[in-house]
Design a protein around this ligand. Structure first.
Ligand SMILES: Nc1ncnc2c1ncn2[C@@H]1O[C@H](COP(=O)(O)OP(=O)(O)OP(=O)(O)O)[C@@H](O)[C@H]1O
Ligand SMILES: [Mg+2]
Length: 174
């Protein structure tokens, strides 16, 4: 989001009082939709300098049927490494914009774990992408975002898909 968007968010949060959103959790799965969520979370954190921004990646893949213990451990290690890489890229993005985000990898069912993480962090806002890794042309609302918005006890913000964003509608941060 550009400067105009950040200014608009600041105006809204000032109108509603400084503490509108002070603990923001972003779910990040490395997808273009999740990048939009990190961008929104970063804008919100910049508009409220005391806000705490937490980026969470859920290592959610279950082992394949018949996998041996060794194969399971190996698969899990790969998934975890992938999540850490996602978080490094997300925190590099926030840091480049002056926001020191915390990052956390958790294991399990993505929607359930995002809800648990939001509860642990006392999040007052969860920001998610419209869709994630399995999006088909980004047309359908993903099951993670659908479940989190249905069960969350705090506000949930769904970032708009990337169409029309940025000068070139660029999907990547690199
Ligand atoms: N494993 C995850 N870790 C962190 N955040 C996630 C994870 N999975 C999804 N999210 C968050 O939820 C948003 C929407 O993803 P979702 O999983 O709902 O869509 P999808 O992958 O297209 O569909 P589905 O998972 O139902 O096949 C992502 O942009 C991201 O913000
Ligand atoms: Mg998904």
């Amino acid at each position: 989001m550009g400067l105009a968007g950040t200014t608009a968010i600041r105006r809204v949060s000032q109108a509603a009082g400084e503490d509108m959103f002070s603990r923001v959790l972003v779910g990040y799965d490395g997808s273009p939709g999740a990048r939009r969520a990190v961008e929104l979370g970063t804008d919100l954190a910049r508009a409220a300098p005391d806000a705490d921004l937490l980026v969470v990646a859920v290592e959610g893949h279950l082992p394949h049927y018949g996998a041996t213990v060794g194969e399971f451990d190996e698969e899990r290690e790969l998934e975890e490494r992938e999540c850490r890489r996602w978080l490094e890229e997300a925190t590099a993005y926030t840091q480049a914009r002056g926001v020191a985000a915390r990052a956390e990898v958790v294991s399990g069912h993505p929607a359930q774990q995002l809800l648990h993480a939001a509860h642990r962090a006392h999040a007052d806002l969860v920001v998610l992408g419209h869709s994630g890794h399995s999006a088909v042309w980004g047309r359908f609302l993903g099951t993670t975002v659908e479940k989190v918005s249905r069960h969350a006890t705090c506000s949930v913000l769904i970032a708009a898909p990337s169409a029309g964003r940025g000068a070139a509608g660029d999907d990547s941060w690199v």
